[in-house]
Design a protein around this ligand. Sequence first.
Ligand SMILES: *Cc1c(COP(=O)(O)O)cnc(C)c1O
Length: 368
Amino acid sequence: MIRPFNFSAGPARLPEEVLRQAAADMLDWNGSGMSVMEMSHRGKEFISIYENAQSDFRELMSIPEDFKILFMQGGGLAENAIVPLNLSAGGSVDFVVTGSWSEKSHQEARRYCDVRIAASSRGGGFTSLPEPTSWEIGSDTRYVHVCTNETIHGVEFHQLPDLKALGSKAPLVIDFSSHVASRPVDWSKVGLAFAGAQKNLGPAGLTLVVVREELLGHALPACPSAFDYQIVADHHSMYNTPPTYAIYIAGLVFKWLKAQTEDQTTGIAAMEKRNVKKAQLLYDAIDNSQLYRNGVDRNCRSRMNVPFQLLDESRNDAFLAGAKVRSLLQLKGHKSVGGMRASIYNAMPVAGVQALVDYMREFEKENA
Ligand SMILES: *Cc1c(COP(=O)(O)O)cnc(C)c1O
């Protein structure tokens, strides 16, 4: 059976091999007589699952030893509070606002510290990125927050900003929820990165935080203990019960990622090459058509989330119905942007994007 191609923005499609492995392990993981869901998080079986997931992620993403990898809960939205609770020391922080997610992040941070907007692309409808040299970063800022892939507006930083080159010593905080593991990360530019798992890593319920060790230990007194990065790190993400099953699935995804190859590369480098191809295929189809459009500047179009509109909006429902018949699922755009959105995360094969593009051409012909 060929599974339908699911373009959901999240929770999103997982690699089929991962789902099959999880199904095979469901009643009895590795001869333990237990489902992963039934294991003590302190037992040797789960500890091995956790340690493998952590070391595979570190290896895949080339994360330096002076960064801690934390497996947390609460999702991206909780991190919007947890980051200022841990890093702001009640001082001032700077936000670059480039879409719905960074909008939400800076609004939440206002509860804990003095928030400034270093730059914003709101005026242009979030279709471009403000040039880093134009950012107004305070000299006393505790950190600079950037959402490096705006899932709803389909805007992506293809390169991380280099705060040092902009004359700032502040750590860069990135929300990379919706493009984590889709390309390599230059960790020399990053202080902290967080990602909800449900876009590109596994099931909802797990949040990954990668944080420079020197940033730990400065939480505000009001910070809940379970969200104090120092406490979480000291307890190897087991201060409270971690989302064990989600960690196990993410671990399977990491193994899958390590095994991927594309044009003589493997792992994340292979994923990046494949993701570039997939995005190119879809944007070319949009740009070469009379019916579809994407309004994002070409130099910052997301490789993961591709919003597009039908010039004749009255055809939206017909487009979605025809897609469903062809097993192309969850293409409806976010309500704030309208139209369609195809999320083409790591687990979406080139064949899925090709099937979508073929359908788009066919639909355009029928509706000419
Ligand atoms: C999905 C998403 C989030 C929110 O995650 P939750 O797990 O729903 O809290 C945060 N940031 C970005 C960029 C996202 O795409």
